[in-house]
Design a protein around this ligand. Structure first.
Ligand code: NAD
Ligand code: UDP
Length: 322
């Protein structure tokens, strides 16, 4: 039994991580400022004796005694991280410094939830971890991309200089139950639009690609990285190599929901990566991990969950959704 802190623990991925760790019997502290979180994501954990919830902002110092830290606090959807871009950078940079300081003081192992966005609009395809990326420093996605790049740098410097026990995972587009219905991300947007009988909004021609990983596969990969005892620290890509155009995704959502809705084109936002697909050779080799759930199956589970919730219970965190 370990004392484990999950920052961003009431968010989409963080809440699944908390659930897994509570079920394994660990003493879990979930820390969140509730910017994009939902209390309902962790409501079922509140009466568990080994779960504790703290409302706190990671840009501010906090002193806790823990053995492991999953550092996942950061808005992840473009509409959320672009709402207050300066706060997004502060969250990645100051939040990482505060959590790395805690890890150093406690001798804790700390994992960073980094992102495929550090590859920017990639010139190498699929993307291996050795690729340094193609990122605009001054665009509307830079607050997120560069913030995570600095966070990776901080983690590596604390590792080299202060011997902090770190792990870095680069997460590719992940979806599943508990995505915020108004986060504006493509999977949640398309499903909500289809279920509400609205047109599906494709940005640009819909020819850009993404690779979609179901949340259970992702949680398993992160868990294996954190608990790997062969001194493999990453960075490691965790994602599903199945690659789809956004138009293909729209058509699949329409087919699976049975919705009679049109596809509507919207302008492509600046710096939108044209393609993305993880090379997962390292994850297979060091973590013996590869995704198990294909898109069609994961989408069906996600659609079923979206059908079970009441959209009126969700407050859009920002006005940046379509
Ligand atoms: P999410 O928005 O649901 O979760 C982020 C959580 O962090 C939220 O609960 C939010 O309230 C919290 N948070 C934000 N700023 C904070 C702050 N300053 N202090 C404390 N808490 C704060 O998004 P998610 O998809 O669950 O993403 C979780 C992590 O995984 C993020 O770090 C994100 O960058 C990373 N990631 C996710 C994906 C994906 O496809 N889901 C892809 C790449 C990386
Ligand atoms: N997208 C879209 N329609 C939407 C939302 C997103 O066509 O309603 C596109 C977006 O332009 C991008 C892709 O879907 O090319 C994935 O967008 P998302 O916001 O989910 O994540 P990203 O991978 O861009 O961070």
């Amino acid at each position: 039994m370990q004392r484990i802190l999950v920052t961003g623990g009431a968010g989409f991925l963080g809440s699944h991580m908390c659930e897994r760790l509570v079920d394994e019997g660990h003493d879990v502290i979930c820390l969140d400022n509730f910017f994009t979180a939902q209390k309902s994501n962790v409501a079922h954990l509140l009466n568990r004796p080994n779960f504790e919830l703290i409302r706190h902002d990671v840009t501010l110092p906090i002193f806790l005694e823990v053995d492991q830290i999953y550092h996942m606090a950061c808005p992840a959807a473009p509409g959320h991280y672009q709402f207050n871009p300066i706060k997004t950078i502060k969250t990645s940079v100051m939040g990482s410094i505060n959590m790395l300081g805690m890890a150093k003081r406690c001798g804790a192992r700390i994992l960073l939830a980094s992102t495929s966005e550090i590859y920017g609009d990639p010139l190498i395809h699929p993307q291996p971890e050795s690729y340094w990326g193609n990122v605009n420093t001054i665009g509307i996605r830079s607050c997120y991309d560069e913030g995570k790049r600095v966070a990776e740098t901080l983690f590596m410097d604390y590792y080299r200089k202060n011997k902090v026990d770190i792990r870095i995972v680069r997460i590719f587009n992940t979806y599943g139950p508990r995505m915020h219905p108004y986060d504006g991300r493509v999977v949640s947007n398309f499903i909500r639009q289809a279920l509400q009988g609205q047109s599906i909004t494709i940005f640009g021609e819909g020819e850009q690609t993404r690779s979609f990983c179901y949340r259970n596969d992702l949680v398993e990969g992160i868990f294996r990285l954190m608990n790997n005892e062969e001194n493999f620290i990453g960075p490691v890509n965790i994602g599903n190599p199945g690659e789809f155009t956004i138009r293909e995704l729209a058509e699949l959502v329409i087919e699976l929901t049975g919705a009679k809705v049109a596809i509507e084109k919207r302008p492509l936002p600046p710096d939108d990566p044209s393609r993305r697909r993880p090379d997962i050779t390292l994850a297979k080799k060091h973590l013996n991990w590869e995704p198990q759930i294909p898109l069609r199956e994961g989408l069906q589970k996600t659609i079923d969950w979206f059908k079970s919730i009441n959209f009126d219970n969700y407050r859009p965190p920002t006005p940046n959704y379509v």
